[in-house]
Design a protein around this ligand. Structure first.
Ligand code: FES
Length: 210
């Protein structure tokens, strides 16, 4: 193991607890990448090197996994990552128009970040909320049934309020429309940055609390 910079005490402890759940440390690679993102706000080279150290892999092996999945951001993004689904169900119900509204309101196209570093619009493939199309996520917190007008209001609200944490249920009430169904698991962690808020080892913690 090389001597890479350690993370915060909390993240190091979390990483240990995640690795302890697997017979082989390397099986924890993907959740550890989320811990690395929470440390730096994105998946930095230093973060990937720390993960490689922790799971006894080469940095190139870690990088090859990280670069395959679009949810691992290898470059910094804005404070709010606004992901608009443009796959078939959402496209049929106006997903492209919702994306256009988000881009126009942010002032930048999909894949870029506005000048003040607040909003990063992106278009994504199906996010599993087809019944509530068109669906959008902000920092991976879900909002269903948006209209272009509501999408514009959402971006304006993010710019004006710049909330420290985001909660999908709250944004749904403010900007959403019809929902697909009542999601079974009450995910109690609010998003604190452009990375998933859920526990890095999945929904087990949420189930334990119910
Ligand atoms: S097609 Fe948009 S959530 Fe499935």
């Amino acid at each position: 193991m090389t001597d890479t910079a350690r993370w915060s005490e909390e993240s190091e402890a979390l990483a240990e607890s995640v690795m302890a759940k697997y017979p082989q440390k390397r099986s924890a690679l993907m959740p550890l990448l989320y811990i690395a993102m929470r440390e730096d706000g994105y998946l930095s080279e230093a973060g990937m090197r720390r993960v490689a150290d922790l799971v006894d892999l080469e940095p190139a092996q870690v990088s090859s996994v990280a670069s395959f999945y679009t949810m691992y951001k290898l470059e910094p993004v804005g404070k709010y990552l606004v992901s608009v689904c443009t796959s078939i169900s959402c496209w049929l119900l106006g997903g492209d128009e919702v994306l256009e509204a988000v881009e126009a309101s942010a002032g930048v196209p999909s894949g870029e970040t506005d000048e003040s570093g607040v909003i990063s619009p992106e278009h994504v493939e199906c996010i599993g909320a087809c019944g509530g199309a068109p669906a959008v996520q902000v920092n991976y917190e879900l909002i269903e049934g948006l209209t272009p007008k509501k999408a514009t209001e959402l971006v304006e609200w993010l710019n004006a309020a710049q909330p420290a944490t985001l909660n999908g249920d709250e944004m749904q009430a403010l900007f959403g429309g019809e929902r697909s169904f009542d999601w079974a698991i009450n995910e109690t962690n609010d998003a604190t940055g452009p990375y998933p808020a859920f526990q890095p080892h999945g929904t087990i913690a949420a189930l334990d609390r119910s």
